[in-house]
Design a protein around this ligand. Structure first.
Ligand SMILES: [Mg+2]
Length: 216
């Protein structure tokens, strides 16, 4: 095996290690159905989902006069949390984490998901032992993912050039750029492959392709 390029991988969770695309569509469809709005399927989701999420909600047709973004977010998160254990890992999540560790790299999770719920679901899938740090958003301090990422990079004690961030959306690429770390994208989550490829970042069809390429 070639010597590792990086010393640490920072993983995104939702859509990257966890296959929650269909769950997210299903939960949003329940909000849409309650308001007689057009439902989502995968192509429509991939055409509409983006950051900031507030604009995505507007594109779905919610009427801000009836439902505030904050109310809709709370409703979505409640629905998602109620069904979260119905999501599954991507097919090659565990084997990829094992391969990365075998190549000598450390691994962490950096997620916009709430810290405690993130720890709980990672433990549910028996993945906790693969990670040096598991970092989610802290409601109390209302950190951004970038602020949390900066803290994580500082805790790792590594130069940004020694770190690879792997995610499933263009937001992950933005976070990586803000942190000054390298980025690879996996097109099996919340942004479609064509949009990811247009960014110029390395894009893999799935975790199996990422693992096979050995570009870490
Ligand atoms: Mg994601």
């Amino acid at each position: 095996m070639a010597r590792a390029r990086y010393r640490h991988i920072i993983w995104d969770w939702n859509g990257t290690l966890l296959d929650d695309l269909d769950l997210s569509i299903e939960v949003m469809n329940s909000l849409l159905a309650r308001r007689d709005l057009p439902r989502l399927d995968r192509p429509r989701y991939h055409a509409l989902f983006d950051f900031p999420v507030r604009r995505y909600y507007e594109r779905l047709g919610f009427d801000p006069a009836h439902d505030s973004f904050e109310q809709l977010s709370v409703e979505f998160i409640a629905g998602y949390d109620a069904q979260r254990l119905g999501a599954s890992l991507h097919h090659h999540t565990t084997s990829t984490l094992v391969a990365v560790r075998a190549a000598g790299l450390g691994q962490s999770i950096l997620s916009a998901y709430r810290h405690e719920t993130l720890h709980e679901i990672v433990a549910h899938f028996r993945l906790t032992a693969h990670f040096d740090h598991i970092v989610g958003l802290d409601n109390i301090h209302a950190h951004s993912k970038v602020a949390l990422g900066r803290e994580l990079v500082a805790r790792l004690g590594l130069a940004p050039a020694e770190i690879l961030l792997v995610g499933d959306t263009l937001h992950d690429l933005e976070v990586a750029r803000d942190l000054g770390v390298a980025c690879a994208l996996v097109a099996a989550g919340h942004h479609p492959a064509a949009r990811l490829r247009a960014s110029g970042a390395p894009v893999y069809d799935d975790l199996a392709a990422f693992g096979a390429a050995q570009e870490f």
